[in-house]
Ligand binder design. Structure first.
Ligand code: SF4
Ligand code: SF4
Length: 248
C-alpha cells in the first residue's frame, strides 16, 4: 500500500479542465487535433498523449438537465491488474513505487495491448501506435519525490482535488461523504480499499461517464502465464504430428 493518496470530490468539479492542461504541460504532451461531436468533452478520450480527461455527461433528472463531470485517469490500484498482466510477460514493464504510483515503462511495448487494457477495471492504458509503448498517468512520481503536489492537484482552483497521507485522505473522504449525504443521499465513496485515487460521488454513479469493470481474480493471470507456454507446446506438438502424418 502506498504512503499517499489523492481525493476527488466530484461535487466541487466545475469542469474548468485546468487539471488536463497542467497534466499536458508537466508531461510535455502536445495538444491533439479534435472534432466537435456534440459535447464539450475535449479531447474525446484518453490517449497516449492525454493522461487525464474530464468526462461530461448530460442527464435528465426530474425534468431538468443536469450536467455531471468526472475527472478520469489511472486510479493507481493497490494491487494493479495491469502489473499482474505485465508480470506474466516481462518484469519491469509496470512498476509500483512507495508513494502509491503505478508506472508504465518502455518495456510495456512487449505486452499485449488488448490484454492489459482489458485487465484494467477502469479502461485506462493507451498505446502509442508508432512505438507500441503504453502510457497513462504517472501519479507525477517525479514531482512527489521532490516534495511537490501532482500537477493536476496543484492546478485545481476549486478544491475538488487534494493529496496527502493515505490515512488523512481516507478520513477526509469520510468527512466529505457525511456532509454531502445531508443534501445528496446517493453520495458514496468508490473503491477506496482498492485504489490510491479515491472518488466521492455526490450523485448516482449512473449519472457520470465512468468505466468500472469487475476485477478479474489474480489467479486468472497466473493461470494464463502457465497455460501460454503449454499452449505453444501443444501447438508445436500438433504441428510435428501433422508433419509426421503427411510423411507417412
Ligand atoms: S487503473 Fe488500470 S492502469 Fe491504473 S493501476 Fe489500475 S489497472 Fe493499472
Ligand atoms: S481542475 Fe479541478 S475543477 Fe477544474 S476540471 Fe480539474 S478537477 Fe474539475
Amino acid at each position: 500500500m502506498g504512503k499517499y493518496a489523492a481525493l476527488v470530490d466530484v461535487s466541487r468539479c466545475t469542469a474548468c479542465r485546468g487539471c488536463q492542461v497542467a497534466c499536458k504541460q508537466w508531461n510535455e504532451n502536445p495538444a491533439e487535433k479534435t472534432v466537435q461531436v456534440g459535447t464539450y468533452q475535449n479531447p474525446p478520450d484518453l490517449s497516449s498523449l492525454t493522461f487525464t480527461i474530464v468526462r461530461f455527461k448530460e442527464n435528465l433528472v426530474g425534468g431538468e438537465v443536469v450536467w455531471n463531470f468526472f475527472k478520469d485517469q489511472c486510479r493507481h490500484c493497490l494491487e494493479p491488474p495491469c502489473k499482474e498482466v505485465a508480470g506474466t510477460v516481462t518484469n519491469g514493464a509496470v512498476l509500483q513505487d512507495a508513494s502509491g504510483g503505478v508506472i508504465f515503462t518502455e518495456k510495456t511495448k512487449a505486452i499485449d495491448y488488448d490484454e492489459i487494457r482489458d485487465a484494467c477495471p477502469y479502461d485506462i492504458p493507451r498505446q502509442d501506435q508508432a512505438t507500441g509503448i503504453l502510457y497513462k498517468c504517472t501519479f507525477c512520481n517525479d514531482r512527489i519525490a521532490n516534495g511537490m503536489l501532482p500537477a493536476c492537484i496543484k492546478a485545481c482552483p476549486t478544491g475538488a482535488l487534494s493529496f496527502g497521507l493515505r490515512e488523512e485522505i481516507l478520513k477526509n473522504a469520510e468527512m466529505r461523504l457525511s456532509v454531502l449525504k445531508k443534501t445528496h443521499p446517493a453520495s458514496r465513496i468508490i473503491d477506496k480499499d482498492e485504489v490510491t485515487w479515491i472518488y466521492v460521488l455526490h450523485q448516482p454513479e449512473v449519472q457520470f461517464q465512468i468505466t468500472r469493470r469487475e476485477r478479474k481474480p489474480s489467479a486468472l493471470y497466473a493461470l494464463k502465464s502457465l497455460t501460454k507456454p503449454l499452449g505453444i507446446f501443444a501447438m508445436g506438438a500438433a504441428l510435428v504430428s501433422q508433419v509426421a502424418r503427411s510423411r507417412e
